[in-house]
Write a protein that binds this ligand. Structure first.
Ligand SMILES: Cc1cc2nc3c(=O)[nH]c(=O)nc-3n(C[C@H](O)[C@H](O)[C@H](O)COP(=O)(O)OP(=O)(O)OC[C@H]3O[C@@H](n4cnc5c(N)ncnc54)[C@H](O)[C@@H]3O)c2cc1C
Length: 348
């Protein structure tokens, strides 16, 4: 079968690239073997501020400007709601942080994202004596639903192959790339942490940070906004909340652990005083990079073999921006930003 593209990976990176292809009338097929599950277990929160330090996220406005129409188009394509916009309330931990918030919310680049007035806590089940700072232009994308609906959409048009992509079976020549019955002009690898097994790109410094989240039921909590304290608490409706996430640099498996469950429960108990019941736990590996920037570019000697990876801890916001850049580079020769181009590691 003659195609423009073969895509490996149907997480946020793969989906964002497929959307570029679909919108530009390109033909493609997507392989996914479910070996990585970062997108499926992600909290899905996006917000333009680094909540630890009250600084703006790298290229926040550019990312938001692309992400909002991207998820809106997907909602129309898949006929389902994916993007839930709501402010994130950052629990303020001290008088010192109250002052830091006042300074940050007055900075020109943060003014539009941070509400200047702190909010008093009026929820008797939450411990927040110093109140909350309100972060605007934030929300949550239901990434699990996105993946399942997108795969169903691809299946309907015969563009999904739910098996492992075996790198050694890819045959490349000046005429393109053969894999099984497919012949494509270009192959894009978007395997998340699975990139570690990819012989074309596994020299790149993808680190991988495991994250675990809990799903809890807390009928008395009655939250309508997401709260960020030492953990995120994200309302999912019907008294269900997502609580997360942990960061583990050593373990690279998708296996849930008691240690993470205990840590998240402890952090939640520091924030809320009502009862909660854990109803689920999940784990995945975030594809993070040494310098915290995405990995985008083409293979050194195989010109039409490309990578879209390194989405790190903020895949929801960054995926549409990097997918657009990769598409424009492959189709029109537009240079990639140096900050995301994998050549930055080759130069070293
Ligand atoms: C617990 C947790 C919470 C998170 N919370 C947030 C959040 O709130 N907000 C946010 O923006 N980000 C969050 N993230 C980060 C976010 O999940 C990632 O940035 C993003 O999902 C990465 O997407 P990806 O497509 O690169 O990788 P993945 O989602 O891992 O997708 C890669 C896909 O490639 C497939 N694959 C790999 N190798 C092969 C192969 N050889 N053949 C076939 N298929 C293959 C895998 O099965 C997988 O489906 C969180 C991550 C975790 C783990």
């Amino acid at each position: 079968m003659e195609l423009d593209y073969i895509i490996v990976g149907c997480g946020l990176a793969g989906i964002a690239f497929c959307e570029q292809l679909r919108q530009h009338g390109k033909t493609f097929v997507v392989f996914d073997d479910t070996s990585q599950i970062a997108t499926k277990v992600a909290g899905g929160v996006y917000n333009p501020v680094v909540l630890k330090r009250f600084t703006e996220v790298w290229r926040a406005q550019e990312q938001l400007d692309l992400a909002k129409p991207f998820y809106k188009n997907l909602e129309a394509l898949l006929d389902t709601r994916l993007n839930h916009e709501f402010p994130v309330l950052r629990r303020i931990a001290s008088i010192e942080e109250q002052n830091q918030w006042a300074v940050a919310s007055d900075r020109p680049n943060l003014k539009k994202h941070l509400h200047p007035t702190l909010i008093k806590n009026d929820n008797k089940n939450i411990v927040a004596p110093f109140g909350f700072g309100k972060v605007l232009n934030a929300g949550k994308v239901d990434t699990k639903k996105l993946v399942s609906h997108y795969i169903a959409y691809l299946n309907n048009r015969g563009s999904f192959v739910g098996i492992h992509f075996n790198y050694s079976e890819l045959e490349s020549s000046g005429q393109g790339h053969h894999y099984g019955p497919y012949h494509a002009k270009c192959v894009v690898f978007a395997e998340g942490f699975g990139m570690k097994q990819n012989p074309f790109f596994n020299d790149l410094p993808l680190v991988g940070v495991k994250g675990e989240i809990l799903t809890v039921r807390a009928p008395e909590l009655r939250l309508s906004h997401a709260i960020k304290s030492s953990v995120f608490v994200i309302p999912e409706g019907n008294d269900i909340y997502t609580v997360g996430a942990t960061y583990d640099w050593d373990d690279k498996t998708n296996t849930v652990t008691d240690k993470a469950s205990e840590q998240l429960s402890k952090q939640l108990k520091e924030l809320i005083i009502c009862d909660f019941e854990i109803i689920d736990q999940a784990a995945g590996v975030r594809p993070t990079v040494k310098d915290r920037r995405p990995l985008v570019g083409i293979h050194g000697s195989q010109k039409n073999i490309a990578i879209l990876n390194g989405l790190g801890t903020r895949g929801v916001m960054v995926a549409p921006m990097v997918a657009k850049q990769l598409f424009e580079m492959l189709e029109y020769g537009t240079p990639l930003d140096d900050e995301i181009n994998i050549d930055r590691f080759r130069k070293l």
